[in-house]
Each structure stands twice: as C-alpha cells, then as structure tokens.
Design a protein around this ligand. Structure first.
Ligand SMILES: Cc1ncc(COP(=O)(O)O)c(C=O)c1O
Length: 497
C-alpha cells in the first residue's frame, strides 16, 4: 500500500474465486459489462477524479515516486489473469494517483506515469521476446511506430551522419524491400525520411501472399552488386489484406547475411503471438531489429495507441536524442530527473499519458483473456471461410489467415467455356468486381453489417476482419445472408453476373 487512504468504495473483485480457472467465464466477465456495472465503475472513476482534484491544494507540489515502488513496477510481469475493474482502480489509487506531475507530460521525469509506461513497455518486451537492452515507446499508432523504427534504421544503416548531413552526402542510392501487401505507412515513412518511394523494391509474393524470400535474397544481392545500399526489409506478421504472415525466420537469415535492417509490422497480427495456431510463426519477430504492434487494434485499447520496439535501445536513443552524449546519463530512480527520458527515443517531446489505458486494458483482459479472444476470433474467421467455401454463390479469394477472410459473391450460373475462355474470364472478372462493389456499398449503407474491400493482384474482393470480442457465429451468418440477399437484388436489377 503506497498511497494515502482513499475514500472511494471499491467492490470486492468481480471474479469470484470459485470461477477462477475457467478461461471462458473469466474472459466473459472481463469483457461483458452490464449497464449497471458500467455505471458503477464510471461513478468510481468520477469519485476518484473528484477526490484527486480537491485534495491537490493540500498536497506537496511534487513528491517523487518511492524507489521501492518504482522497482516493484519495473519487476511486475505481464498480467496473465484478467483483473477486475475495482482491483485495477485500486492499484491506480495506491501507486499512480499519489505521484502526479502537474498536467503530466510523459516526456520523462520521476513521476508515476513514467514508471507505469516503463512497466507497460517491459510487458511488451517480454511478450515479444525481445532481449533486455531493447527499447520501446508508445506512440499514436502503427504509422508513427513504423516511422520511428525506419528513422532508427536510417540512422544505423545509411552509412552517413544523417543527423548532421542528411542524406546528401551519401555516395550510393538506397533500397528498401517490401511486398504489395506491406502497409502503406511504410512507404509514407520511407518517403518522409527522404529516401523517396523509388528506393522501394517490391518483392514478389507467394500464392499465400507472403514475401517470396528467395526473391528477396536475389533482390538484395543484385542491389549490393550494383552498388546500391540496402537499408531495411519491411516484413509483415499479419497483412492488412489477407492476414498473411511472412516467413520471419527465413527473412531474418537473409537480413543477417546481407547486413540489412529487419523490421516487422505486427500492428494487427502481433497479439496472435499468444495463440496456439500462429504463436510460433509470429514469435520469430524476436529476430527483428524493430517491430510494431498496435494495442488499438487486436488488444481493444481505445484509439490512439501504437507500440514500437527497437532491439538496440542505444541506437534508438542516438537516432533521436538531443542531449549531448557527454552529459547523457543512465539516470536514477530516486531523483527528480529520473531515468533517460522517453523524448530521447522518439520525435515527440511533450507526450500524453497513453500508457494508462494500455495498462488498464492489459490487466482487464490479461494474457489469458487475450489468448482466448484472439483464438475465438480466429475460429470465427475459420467458420466464415468454411461457410464461403461450402456455398455455390460465394468464392474464397485468398487463403484465410489470422482473422481475415477475403471472398466474393458470385453468380453460380456463370461458367467459362470454349475457345474464348480468356476473353470470357476477363469479362467475368470485371462484372464480378462491379457486382461486388455495388453489393458492398449497399451492405454498408444498410447498417446490417460492415465489412470492407481490398484488391488482391488487381481483383476486387470483399474483406472481413474479425477483431471484436463480441462477434459471434450469428453475426457471421447474418452478414453472409445480407451479402447474398443484396447480391441477388443487385444482380437482378443490373444484370451483373
Ligand atoms: C498491418 C498494418 N500496419 C500498419 C497499420 C497502420 O497503423 P495505424 O493506422 O495505427 O497508423 C495498419 C492499419 O491501419 C495495418 O493494418
């Protein structure tokens, strides 16, 4: 117990001891709140705010967090079991609330928010199995996380003093490697960092939409021979389009061989590291130089929350820090200044207390809760893929991976025959695209279900991504029924097949 006695009346934990051990009950209790429970917890929070603000004038202007508490926070492992809201708030009032810092900036210092962010970063480091010495940061989302990682890659791999001279002193052109399935934020980052999108090599993909690693190897070797300086490979663990997971182990070997920075975009797929089915494929991201996970995607944290981790924490610091190296210190947990500031590891100076919501959500679900939900979402996507496969008027458009399913509504009566099969196929393709575009728009406007679309090798497809712990088989059935009904109506009205 670190804090002052508190007036808020917390209820006993909502998960009774007799229910412990049943992941489904615990997970349901951690995620499904009744209206009364939402109101009750909301009132607790209002009481907490009222007590905090009205007691401030009687408190010291600043008091550093006790060193023993900071150490305790640093040593707290990622929560495995879901924690009740009362227990989360109780912990907040005991360890965080007593050590505020004005309109707290998480640039750095020795107040509770900083130590809480360090606790969260340590949780992620452990979950992603990055070594000690790695450094993480919470940022606005996957895009800013990717930008941060690419800036470190530039600092380390460009071969010039990019902070002083920019890229103009570089004798050789640069190259980055990604596939068509890599997220657009990587291209944005490469453009903004001054390399230009012309430096991006688009590596071919396999039938499963993963990076063709042999082609990657050849592309880097060809660039090296031609005097081009490869900077980074942007691999993906869970592509936006199809959920495909690149062969991270093999890509790591190629990167090592050619001395190229390996970045893994696990913005969406990262939490599936906890799943039995995809865990080992995603765990190979521990070989990367940098990786990104978005707590605001499959970890259900309110937007905005992105996480970036860089294996060489000192390289990250030297890419961003404006504290001269001769006065940089390792800091001290007991002083006002605290440990090295987060603002030395990224672009932002004043930073919000983003870690609080991530800390709360990670306790609310626990790693066991996340595992259960992620596996349920994956199973639901599998159910959708099976239903699509088993229906004559639906077509699966890509292997389903993680919780993404790409499919189309098709008119089962259309067949391609005869010598003009190629022409017929092209016509059918453009009609199918037009039909599905129309179906999607009407579906979205109907309010019945909201799925999106994408293009796979130039073909328009419908795309469903299950990332909601409340989604059920009934929702999937309803969505498919709606697509089918609208498909028939649009087909009849337009003649599109
Ligand atoms: C795989 C992947 N990477 C990166 C991003 C970008 O993340 P954000 O939108 O949080 O900036 C997204 C989604 O938007 C994504 O799906």
């Amino acid at each position: 117990m670190w804090g002052d006695p508190f007036r808020v009346a917390f209820a006993p934990p909502t998960i009774s001891a007799s229910l412990k051990g049943s992941p489904y009950i615990e997970h349901a209790m951690a995620t499904e709140w009744t209206a009364d429970e939402i109101r009750r917890v909301g009132r607790l929070v209002v009481d907490l705010i009222a007590d905090h603000l009205t007691s401030l004038p009687g408190r010291p202007a600043f008091r550093p967090i006790p060193a023993a508490l900071a150490q305790e926070m640093a040593a707290t492992p990622p929560p495995a079991d879901p924690v009740s809201p009362d227990d989360i708030l109780r912990r907040f009032t005991e360890t965080i609330e007593p050590y505020p810092f004005g309109n707290a900036s998480c640039a750095g210092g020795n107040h509770a928010a900083i130590h809480l962010e360090r606790e969260v970063l340590e949780w992620f480091r452990e979950l992603l199995r990055f070594p000690r010495g790695a450094m993480g940061l919470l940022v606005s989302g996957g895009s800013m996380a990717t930008m941060t990682a690419m800036a470190v890659a530039r600092h380390v791999k460009s071969g010039v003093d990019v902070r002083q001279d920019g890229l103009r002193g570089a004798g050789a052109p640069f190259a980055f490697y990604m596939t068509t399935e890599g997220h657009s934020c990587a291209r944005k980052a490469i453009e903004l960092l001054g390399f230009g999108s012309a430096s991006i090599r688009i590596v071919p993909t396999t039938d499963a939409y993963t990076m063709d690693v042999a082609a990657l190897d050849n592309a880097i070797a060809a660039d090296r021979r031609a005097g081009v300086r490869p900077i980074a490979v942007v691999a993906t663990a869970g592509t936006t389009n199809t959920g495909a997971i690149d062969d991270l182990q093999a890509i790591a070997a190629v990167c090592r061989r050619h001395d190229v920075w390996m970045h893994v975009d696990a913005a969406y797929g990262g939490p599936a590291i906890l799943s039995d089915r995809y865990g080992s494929a995603i765990a190979a991201l521990a070989h990367a130089d940098s990786a990104v996970v978005d707590p605001h995607k499959w970890m259900f944290v309110p937007v905005e929350a992105g996480f970036v981790i860089v294996r060489d924490g000192e390289a990250m610091r030297s890419a961003f820090s404006l504290v001269p190296s001769y006065i940089r210190t390792q800091g001290s947990a007991g002083e006002v200044y605290g440990q090295p500031w987060f603002s030395e590891y990224g672009f932002q100076q004043t930073r919000g207390f983003r870690a609080l919501k991530v800390w709360m959500a990670m306790q609310q679900f626990g790693t066991r809760g996340y595992k259960a939900i992620v596996e349920e979402n994956i199973a639901l996507a599998q159910y959708l893929a099976d239903r699509v496969r088993g229906a004559e008027d639906f077509e699966l458009m890509a292997p389903s991976s993680l919780s993404v399913v790409c499919f189309r509504y098709v008119d089962a009566s259309t067949a391609i025959e005869g010598a003009d099969a190629e022409v017929a196929a092209a016509e059918r393709e453009s009609a199918a695209a037009a039909l599905n575009r129309a179906v999607l728009e009407r579906l979205q406007l109907s309010g019945e279900a909201f799925i999106t679309s994408t293009e796979l090798r130039g073909r328009f497809v419908l795309r469903a991504c299950v990332v909601n712990y409340r989604s059920t088989r009934e929702d999937v059935d309803r969505m498919l029924d709606a697509v089918r009904t609208i498909g028939r109506e649009v087909g009849a009205a337009t003649g599109l097949r």
